[in-house]
Design a protein around this ligand. Structure first.
Ligand SMILES: Cc1cc2nc3c(=O)[nH]c(=O)nc-3n(C[C@H](O)[C@H](O)[C@H](O)COP(=O)(O)OP(=O)(O)OC[C@H]3O[C@@H](n4cnc5c(N)ncnc54)[C@H](O)[C@@H]3O)c2cc1C
Length: 418
């Protein structure tokens, strides 16, 4: 009956690819509700919107991939239901796809604002290629841009808008940008960096309402402090929700996404979930966590393929999924890279020069390195990934030594373990 994958994003396509790499020879069908070839999302809020760069986002796989690997890609096709007893997936157009194993790679959808005026023309979100194309067309003539939410996507967009010469204001109700994911030290540094770019970053200030101008389009954003900001283009970047409706309706266990075990199996072992939609146990998180990153989507997809192949071949289970989380975000001239999971309360050590926008923040929750955040230091990031992925343990004392560098530490610790 083959394997059906719902979702044609990073996790869905990597699942299909990895199943073939692992030797699966049966039918593979990817059900993708967006039109056209699946594409990379990260450039949508970065290069694609930045004047002078603006290259169209690349497809995740070219057309030849699907024919060469004998993978059926159904585009513009939404899955509407899962019958776990009959083992079928129903599509919007009435098609029924039988499955032997099912992979849910449905990703997330953007949170929306419920405030007055949130539906006015000129207010956008940013997740799909279509969203990015709308913003790409609007930016060159936009004058006053307001961004709601100082998360990664909001700040990437704000930097692009500023590079277009727009007056750019960001409203964030938290006291610090990107505060769910970054150490306070790094969050504060980015607050200063955006101000340096000329962005008006308003912290501890949320959106109260939008008001329309003469033509019925958004003209003003009024914040929770009562301040008014002129706005002819607004982007709402206030986070995402997991696409878990199909799973809920099929009776699978969900909680902040689709719950899976360490082999990425849902509460029905014939169905796996991977990527942004999956809430999984991770040793570094001390429990379940849901991550929204290319690394997580890709590595989980590879792991799910191994889980399926091990079960099909009657082999022992693979090791639990425990790949090192890493992430990047480009905000104007600042390239942020993170390895591991930083916590706000972590003890931190700074290497490099924050004033020159080249530095790393090392996090030591229990005196041992657990995460590294780097700005414009890709060599530090790569070294951190090597150090953190292996069993090497680097203490704060070692990192404080005269002349210490992450690169040298990665080399010597890994040599010692070899
Ligand atoms: C603008 C933007 C910038 C980003 N930048 C970065 C970055 O710099 N670094 C980084 O690591 N990550 C970044 N991310 C996050 C990264 O893109 C996601 O973590 C990754 O795409 C997750 O892959 P996924 O396959 O789990 O989900 P998605 O990419 O969301 O793919 C899921 C797909 O499933 C489809 N789908 C959902 N339900 C159904 C259904 N019922 N039937 C059929 N299809 C369905 C969805 O429409 C979607 O196409 C960014 C995301 C965005 C939006």
């Amino acid at each position: 009956m083959g394997i059906v994958i719902i979702g044609g994003g990073q996790a869905g396509l990597q699942s299909a690819d990895s199943l073939r790499t692992e030797g699966y020879t049966g039918e593979i069908t990817v059900v993708a509700d967006e039109p056209g070839l699946p594409y990379q999302r990260p450039p949508l809020s970065k290069d694609y919107l930045t004047p002078g760069k603006e290259a169209l986002p690349l497809p995740l796989r070219g057309e030849a991939f699907f024919t060469d690997k004998d993978i059926t890609l159904l585009t513009g096709a939404a899955a509407t239901g899962i019958d776990r007893t009959a083992r079928t997936v129903s599509l919007e157009d009435g098609t029924m796809l039988p499955y032997e194993r099912l992979i849910l790679a449905t990703g997330t959808r953007n949170r929306t604002l419920g405030c007055s005026g949130a539906e006015l023309p000129g207010i956008h979100s940013l997740r799909t290629l279509a969203d990015a194309q709308t913003l790409h067309a609007a930016l060159p003539t936009a004058r006053n841009v307001v961004v709601i939410g100082a998360g990664f996507i909001g700040l990437e967009f704000a930097a692009a808008a500023r590079a277009h010469g727009c007056n750019t204001t960001v409203l964030e109700f938290a006291p610090r940008p990107m505060c769910r994911a970054l150490t306070p030290l790094m969050g504060d540094w980015f607050a200063g960096a955006h101000e340096h770019l000329g962005i008006d970053l308003r912290l501890s200030e949320g959106i109260d309402r939008f008001e329309a101008g003469e033509h019925g389009r958004v003209a003003t954003a009024v914040s929770t402090t009562g301040a008014s900001y002129p706005a002819n283009l607004v982007v709402v970047g206030i986070g995402v929700l997991p696409n878990d409706i199909l799973a809920i309706e099929a009776g699978l266990e969900t909680e902040n996404g689709i719950l899976v075990d360490a082999q990425l199996r849902t509460s029905d072992p014939g169905i796996l979930a991977v990527g942004d939609c999956a809430n999984f146990p991770h040793p570094r998180a001390g429990g379940h966590i849901r991550l929204e990153s290319v690394q997580n989507a890709t590595d989980q997809a590879r792991h799910a393929a191994r889980t399926i192949m091990a079960a099909a071949g009657g082999q022992a289970e693979a090791n639990p999924y425990a790949d090192l989380p890493w992430f990047w975000s480009t905000q104007g001239p600042y390239r942020l890279q993170m390895a591991g999971l930083a916590r706000p309360e972590d003890d931190t050590l700074v290497l490099g020069d924050p004033a020159a926008a080249k530095f790393s923040v090392l996090c030591f929750p229990d005196g041992i390195l657990a995460a590294v955040e780097s700005v414009n230091l890709p060599a530090d990031h790569m070294a951190a990934r090597k150090l953190l992925a292996g069993s090497a343990r680097l203490s704060r004392q070692e990192a404080e030594a005269e002349g210490f560098t992450l690169k040298a530490a990665a080399k010597s610790l890994l040599n010692a373990l070899a």
